[in-house]
Design a protein around this ligand. Structure first.
Ligand code: CUA
Length: 313
């Protein structure tokens, strides 16, 4: 038999999920029982009171107090249960515990940035400890996005010029997907990320670790990994196909016609500037939509990305 808690819903991986699911199932099951009851009544009455001869006349009915009170009070009780249950659930959902670990979330078209309390930054991967409340303080750098983790049953709009927040406490380690659920432009459907729930110890180790460079890996390969980790490849292909942004293929030291009519050479300074001040030089035929990676990708990483781009000729 299907476990009711898993029916129609993704796995429940936060402390808030149980209550949300219980209310969802209550509303569903109640509606289904009422649907069956009403359908049976309609069919039965249609048959029972069908017209049998041309002399059939509907009797004059004024009212029936018992019936009217019954069909008013039962729905009222049901609606009050749903309201009370929903209200306490909403209060739990919107009131983070005082000891919550805080993470700043920045939505940008089209990626998620996570800033931890010691200055560490991750892109498209939110690392959090298990069994500890985590509060997200969120804002957008451009348009409205929406942060949604189905496994945690939490969702909230992420707005420009204003903070919004949500909280959750993950109950098991592992990965869950994050979606953007507010249509935010061309690559909205690719604006996904993961929450990686770690043990307390693993999380401490990760968040305290510096941005160590693995010297055993060639710079170009590190650059390729960075391009993937920071979501660059969602817009910039490596095979020459045109996306939201220009392809990396053949980019290195090519002449770039700009939207303002000038032409620049794609050297190291151009690439660096395009990463940090993405709106400084817009290539002809493309829109000014790339977010700045200032404070997210450091100098050392830019070197690696340049080495990677050099290999794409
Ligand atoms: Cu961001 Cu849709």
């Amino acid at each position: 038999m299907i476990e009711l808690s898993e029916y129609m819903l993704p796995p429940a991986r936060s402390t808030l999920a149980g209550e949300t699911d219980a209310l969802f199932h209550f509303i569903n099951v109640t509606s289904f029982i009422l649907l069956i009851g009403i359908t049976i009544a309609i069919v039965y009455f249609s048959w029972k009171y069908r017209r049998r001869s041309d002399d059939d006349v509907t009797p004059v009915i004024t009212h029936n107090s018992t019936l009217e009170i019954t069909w008013s009070v039962i729905p009222l009780i049901l609606v009050m249960i749903v309201f009370g249950w929903g209200f306490t659930g909403y209060m739990n959902l919107t009131t983070p515990p005082d000891n919550a670990y805080e993470v700043r979330v920045v939505g940008k078209s089209w990626l998620w940035e996570f800033h931890y309390n010691n200055g560490k930054v991750s892109v498209n991967e939110l690392n959090v400890p298990v069994d500890r409340p985590v509060k997200l303080v969120m804002s957008s750098d451009d348009v409205i996005h929406s942060f949604f983790v189905p496994d945690f049953r939490v969702k909230r709009d992420v707005l420009p010029n204003r903070y919004s927040s949500l909280w959750f406490e993950a109950t098991e380690t592992g990965e869950s997907i994050i979606f953007c659920t507010e249509y935010c432009g061309t690559n909205h459907s690719q604006m996904d990320a993961v929450v990686n729930v770690m043990t307390q110890d693993d999380f401490e180790t990760w968040v305290e670790s510096g941005d160590s460079v693995d010297e055993s890996v060639p710079p170009a390969e590190r650059g390729e990994a960075l391009v993937s980790r920071n979501g660059c490849n969602a817009c910039h292909s490596a095979d020459g196909s045109s996306g939201v942004g220009p392809s990396y293929l053949g980019l290195w030291e090519s002449e770039r016609p700009l939207a303002n009519g000038e032409t620049v050479t794609a050297d190291a300074n151009y690439i660096r500037e395009s990463i940090l001040q993405s709106d400084a030089k817009i290539v002809e035929g493309y829109d000014n939509v790339m977010p700045s990676y200032q404070g997210v990708i450091n100098d050392r990483e830019i070197d690696d990305i340049i080495e990677y781009i050099k290999t794409l000729e």
